[in-house]
Design a protein around this ligand. Structure first.
Ligand SMILES: NC(=O)c1ccc[n+]([C@@H]2O[C@H](COP(=O)([O-])OP(=O)(O)OC[C@H]3O[C@@H](n4cnc5c(N)ncnc54)[C@H](OP(=O)(O)O)[C@@H]3O)[C@@H](O)[C@H]2O)c1
Length: 324
């Protein structure tokens, strides 16, 4: 577990930040890892599961907008991290379609600035990217060698973030993942369960295929990568893949809602402003070649998430879940 407050968001954020920066420079024995987007779904899992030998410090938008120089200064200050895991990003896929400049700012420009910070301080940058950099037409899982070809604004903004990472940060790793679910964030699994519990009709897209990935499994795996001098690109997801409809069915069954029917539709029938890749499964080949154990099956991970995090409380989460 980390020993830091994840982020400061109150009026005294400046003072807290200064104290935090002082602590950062005082305690240089442990590896200092800064996690951006630490309030988000993946970032919060990384903070919670940080190994004892690491000093994990989280920053999020309340500490500074990383797409601005002032935000970089206020969020990251004089710190000299060994590693920055850059999870912060604009993750509303339909929002990116209607306001592509926002996605570019938070995914491309912010990454450019974080990469510049890393280059200046000699820190390794681990950038979290997405299957949405691919067009989904390959027909088999994408390897790290496949050429990206995004088909929507979100994917283009994340690819621009990848390019900034590779061009600016001297020591960098890009980790692509997909269909994240986990505590503390808006996600498809929570959205489906909430929606069904509130009596809503559940729709499931049958021709959009991916690998659902549990943020806590992903976070544990990312900490393994922090410990290894890996560069380039790594694809990382839970094992197995399914359609959105199969994921919805699995989520409802795990939540004890087996009686709730799912109306199966195709992407073409779904009223969305955004074109999504049809089959964007990520082959975790490089992860396996590194000798690392494949992440468990998505069904097992999802059952754990539903049992531990969704069965007790569920009504307050957002139902805007069809984003990734
Ligand atoms: N969710 C998925 O299914 C999925 C799939 C593949 C890849 N990814 C990638 O994985 C990463 C983590 O995803 P997630 O779902 O955990 O994200 P998330 O829950 O949306 O959290 C992202 C956090 O970053 C913050 N942020 C956005 N722009 C920022 C900026 N300019 N400066 C500082 N903070 C900023 C957000 O603040 P606000 O909320 O206030 O904007 C939010 O707290 C992202 O890079 C995403 O692209 C996600």
């Amino acid at each position: 577990m980390n020993d830091e407050q994840p982020h400061a968001s109150s009026d005294d954020a400046g003072q807290t930040r200064q104290q935090e920066n002082e602590r950062m420079t005082e305690l240089r024995d442990d590896k200092l890892v800064i996690i951006t987007g630490s309030v988000g779904m993946l970032g919060s899992a990384l903070m919670e599961l940080a190994p004892a030998a690491v000093r994990a410090v989280g920053v999020d938008i309340a500490d500074g907008d990383l797409s601005t120089d002032a935000g970089i200064t206020s969020a990251l200050g004089p710190s000299e991290p060994d590693v920055v895991i850059h999870c912060a990003g604009y993750t509303d896929v339909d929002g990116a379609t209607s306001e592509p400049e926002l996605a570019q700012r938070h995914n491309a420009l912010a990454t450019e600035k974080v990469a510049g910070f890393c280059a200046e301080r000699g820190a390794r940058l681990i950038y979290i990217s997405t299957d949405y950099v691919f067009d989904g037409t390959r027909g088999s899982p994408y390897t790290e060698e496949d050429t990206p070809k995004p088909i929507n604004a979100y994917g283009r903004s994340k690819l621009a973030g990848e390019q900034a990472t590779q061009q600016i940060a001297a020591d960098c790793l890009i980790v692509r993942t997909q269909w994240l679910f986990g505590p503390g964030g808006r996600n498809f699994v929570a959205g489906i369960v909430d929606h069904a519990r509130q009596g809503g009709e559940v729709w499931g897209v049958v021709d959009e295929i991916g690998s659902p990935t549990y943020t806590r499994d992903m976070a544990t795996a990312l900490w393994q990568l922090v410990e290894r001098p890996v560069s380039g690109i790594v694809h990382l997801t839970n094992s197995g893949y399914c359609s959105r409809a199969e994921l919805a069915r699995g989520a409802l069954d795990a939540a004890g809602l087996a009686e709730v029917p799912i109306s199966e539709i195709s992407c073409a029938d779904w009223d969305s402003p955004t074109q999504r890749p049809a089959f964007s499964v990520l082959d975790n080949r490089r992860w396996r070649e590194l000798g690392l154990t494949p992440l468990r099956a998505w069904q097992e991970a999802m059952a754990e998430y539903v049992k531990l995090y969704l069965l007790e409380t569920c009504t307050d989460r957002l139902t805007e879940f069809q984003d990734m």
